[in-house]
Design a protein around this ligand. Structure first.
Ligand SMILES: Cc1cc2nc3c(=O)[nH]c(=O)nc-3n(C[C@H](O)[C@H](O)[C@H](O)COP(=O)(O)O)c2cc1C
Length: 407
């Protein structure tokens, strides 16, 4: 019976806070901020759906720590100088029905679209390789040690702001090819100083951020890290590297490590790799989580490819504390509630099968984002959106947002 499922049992995190159930809305960038890159009415409408969806925890789409480096148009940024009111309202809505509110915080590093005219910085000046789509991205500048300390300070300030705004915790984004992943991966981090080389050096920025966030925020403030199990590129960040990083995070009292994988170049988070690794058809990273679970006491969460209750339950039975759902909750925001009423109800994850894998990956994202915008406008979602039409609508929306943000 669904309500007896372990999915609906509470879980107490190392910081002492209890999550009411194991189902977590994973981060999805909304690209629908209000002017000034702050949350506004459409984002509030969207999050009201999830707040009423009986989830244990709701993680926001990534919030940038520096407004001059955005992952995409219509993104959200939270800096020390921000007025907290729009963020306080956001936290209040997310928590209105008992879910915990976690803000995901991020810096894109080199993953900055040229059209956004943002500041693209990276551990080394290695540009993105996305074949014929590479030219869409800015050429990154190699960071100085001062830049690295500045980024660290910004992550800590944003985490503190999130706490002051009423969020229960933060998730530090160290996955999917963004700045912290760029430091972790030897493909993108070719530094010869204390920030490059060994995995200890490559993880130094992440470790510094986590320990400083722990130091400035309350003891019961939840600190999570989203980490790649691997980047699924030859000679990249390996699973052994990932285990080593988790080891270090455990010593810092991290509450949850969310296991994901890949980057823009190799979108394993959508089930595709570049190094011929075969991922499970559902719960892509569960095999990695199972191995990691035997090596660490940090509660683990795995996200990717989960749309059925039976699979989500298996994730918990096989040792994860929490299970993350993203795309499926864009189409069925109350999926956690539906499973309680009808255990076999299947969510939907769009799957575009175009030959051009990069374009197909963009179409998959576009289909999901289209649902987010529909919810933001209080319109019902589509179970079977057209990839092409979604891509066109997405491009129009992104162009409009880019013009607004760039001015
Ligand atoms: C539209 C969209 C936006 C996303 N934005 C983020 C993000 O801001 N931060 C993040 O960590 N992951 C992001 N993701 C990845 C998801 O959190 C998740 O790891 C991935 O989609 C796999 O889970 P799923 O199969 O349940 O969708 C995004 C995914 C989609 C589809």
């Amino acid at each position: 019976m669904s309500s007896d499922s372990i999915l609906y049992s509470p879980y107490t995190l190392p910081c002492g806070v209890t999550v009411r159930n194991r189902l977590v809305k994973a981060a999805m960038e909304e690209n629908m901020s209000s002017l000034g890159n702050v949350p506004g009415e459409s984002m509030y409408s969207l999050y009201r759906y999830w707040a009423h969806g009986n989830l244990g925890m709701i993680i926001t789409g990534n919030v940038m720590v520096d407004r001059s480096s955005m992952t995409g148009p219509g993104g959200v940024a939270l800096e020390k100088s921000n007025d907290l009111a729009p963020f306080q309202k956001w936290a209040k809505i997310i928590k209105s029905n008992g879910a915990l509110a976690i803000m995901q915080i991020n810096h894109p590093g080199r993953q900055v679209l040229k059209a956004m005219q943002g500041n693209a910085i990276a551990p080394s000046a290695v540009p993105l390789d996305m074949g014929k789509h590479s030219k869409l991205f800015a050429q990154p500048r190699e960071m100085t040690c001062q830049d690295i300390h500045e980024v660290c300070k910004r992550f800590v300030e944003t985490a503190k702001q999130a706490e002051l705004a009423g969020f229960d915790g933060v998730e530090i984004h160290a996955a999917h090819g963004y700045l912290l992943t760029q430091f972790l991966s030897p493909l993108t981090n070719q530094r010869q100083d204390e920030w490059g080389g060994s995995i200890i050096n490559r993880a130094r920025l992440l470790i510094n951020i986590v320990s400083q966030v722990r130091a400035v925020c309350a003891k019961d403030f939840i600190v999570m890290v989203k980490l790649n199990s691997a980047d699924f590129q030859k000679n990249g960040f390996s699973f052994d590297d990932s285990c080593e990083v988790v080891n270090r995070l455990e010593a810092l009292g991290v509450d949850v490590v969310e296991l994901s994988g890949g980057s823009y170049e190799a979108p394993a988070m959508q089930g595709q790799t570049r190094d011929d690794t075969t991922l499970a058809r559902e719960a892509y990273f569960l095999e990695f989580a199972k191995v990691l679970e035997s090596k660490t006491d940090i509660p683990l969460m795995t996200t990717g490819g989960i749309k059925r209750a039976e699979v989500a339950e298996r994730v918990i039975q096989q040792g994860c504390a929490l299970v993350g759902l993203a795309s499926a909750l864009a189409i069925t925001p109350d999926l956690a509630k539906k499973w309680q009423q009808e255990w076999t109800y299947s969510g939907v994850i769009p799957h575009c099968t175009w030959k051009d894998k990069s374009l197909a990956s963009l179409a998959n994202m576009a289909m999901v984002r289209r649902q987010l915008r529909r919810l933001g406008n209080n319109i019902t979602t589509l179970r079977d959106p057209s990839p092409l039409w979604s891509l066109i609508l997405d491009m129009l929306h992104r162009n409009k947002m880019t013009k607004r943000d760039v001015g």
